[in-house]
Ligand binder design. Sequence first.
Ligand SMILES: Cc1ncc(COP(=O)(O)O)c(C=O)c1O
Length: 402
Amino acid sequence: MTEPNQPDEPAESGPPPWRPDTVAIRAGRTPGDRSLAPVVWATSTFVTGSVDEGRRMATSTGSTQFYSRYGNPTVGAFESAIAELEGAEAARAFASGMGAVSGVVLGLCSAGDHVVTQHQLYAGTQLLFQAVCPRFGIDVTFVDATDPDAWEAAVVPGRTTLVFAETPANPRLDLVDLERLGGIRGPVTAVDSTFATPLGQRPHDHGVDLVVHSATKAIGGHNDATLGVVAGSRELLDWIWGFAVLQGANASPHDAAAGLRGVRTRGDRRERQTSTAARLADVLAADDRVVEVRYPGLTSHPQHELARRQMRLPGGLLTFDVGSAEAGARFVEATRICQLATSLGGPETLVTHPASTTHVNLLPEELAAAGITPGTVRLSVGLEDPDDLVRDLLEALAAATG
Ligand SMILES: Cc1ncc(COP(=O)(O)O)c(C=O)c1O
């Protein structure tokens, strides 16, 4: 059984106390803006008024009209919108979610440092921690995301620089207790909040230092932009900016404009995707051919209570197990409306078979630690008619398990 929505809390982003859906419409605008839609500053460079002005912009962080790798007004508008929605002081946009993740990790950590993260991660992030960090002399400890005691226990005082969590985690929607994570003192704490979006949860309110998103997903929301973003204190963002400018994974103004459009319409898309996902989760949970359904809104989700405490809505993603690798592959090829594609959060319902695609590079023991079985199927629920989606899933189930 899915449960009704929690009431929305008013946003804390200053008077008047707008609720998040209103902040999403108003955020990232500059007083005096005459264009309602974002203006795309499609330029790599800007004319500098004088040598003094050029020197000032070349030596200060976050200049938005110097050179677009440093900053760009369209990108800056997207960054302000995300900072405001997350209740953070500042944000930096990147060319992708992985740009943002690697910007945080490599921007903050040096050889000899130690990072704590979780087994249950998006596979690209997992590879960064597992294969890239050791090459740079950064030690990484992986813990079970769902064990609230494990995080603090793994911190090595004086050596752990970063604690990096992902919640809800890709693909099985395991949750990390944000209150406990935000209470860890010493290292910088960061949360990849891609699955929730800023309208689904606000890790910063729980004391988490940095919030990371792949805005390619539900923030952009239309599968037409590749974009990432990190929000946090100005001090931490200035530090990350110093690396990001050299990393060169800066967001394009076109993608930032698409990201802003996505921010404006996210509230409505989120409501619709959540209500359809809840309905599909109920249908699948009641079907004997499905071994297990994972959806934070289901009372059977082992962390359902935590989801209710820290998420405004359980979201539009769900994962289920159809029993075997063969059934999983047959299922994702049998759907007619749900399309087989790697991404999430857009208007089209997408279906993936993680063991053969997104997580194909993981070893069997790593798949087991992440809870991904051969029959795991992930569904990113779009905006189609819920009745059509129910029929599509039931027909595909019959084809896969019949
Ligand atoms: C939770 C999460 N974080 C980060 C990423 C990486 O984002 P991008 O593909 O925009 O680099 C993904 C991609 O699926 C993801 O699911």
